[in-house]
Design a protein around this ligand. Sequence first.
Ligand SMILES: [Ca+2]
Length: 161
Amino acid sequence: MGHIMLKLASKIGALFTVVAFAAINGIFTTEASAESCAENKLCLYENEYSAGRSLGVDQDISDLRFSLYSFNDKASSASNADIYNCYKLYQHISYQGTWVVLRPRGQAYSRISRLDRFNLNDQVSSIKKIPALLPGGIKNPDCYASLTSLPHWVAINEIFP
Ligand SMILES: [Ca+2]
C-alpha cells in the first residue's frame, strides 16, 4: 500500500510539474480529445475517454502489430467520425475473437469511452471498415444486427457529434 501511495504521489508530482511548465510558457494544452479525431476517420485512443495518444484509421487493418503506429493492444477508447461507415474492432489479428462495432458519426454507439465494457481494453488487434448501408439504402446487418459478439455487455449509449 505504501509503495502504491508513493508511486501515486510521484505521478501527481510529475503532473504538477507539467501543468506548471505549460502555464508558465502560456501553452496550456490538453490531452488528445475526441475533437481531434480527423473527419471521416475511426480513432483509437490510448486511454479511456478519448485521452492520450490517438490513431486515425480509414481502412481495414488486419494486423495492428504491423502498423507504423504501434497501437496493437493499446486502445482503451474509440470514436467514429465517419458518417458512412461502421468500424468493427477485433480482439485478435485477422478479424478474430471478441468484437465491437462503432456506428457512424451522429448515431448511437459512434463512440466508446471505455473498451473495458466490452472486454477489449488494451486488446484490439485488427479493424474492419464496413459500409453502413447496402445498395438500395438497406441498413447493413454487419453494422446494425448486433453491437458486440459478447452475449452480455454494459455500455453507455454515446453519440459522437
Ligand atoms: Ca490503453
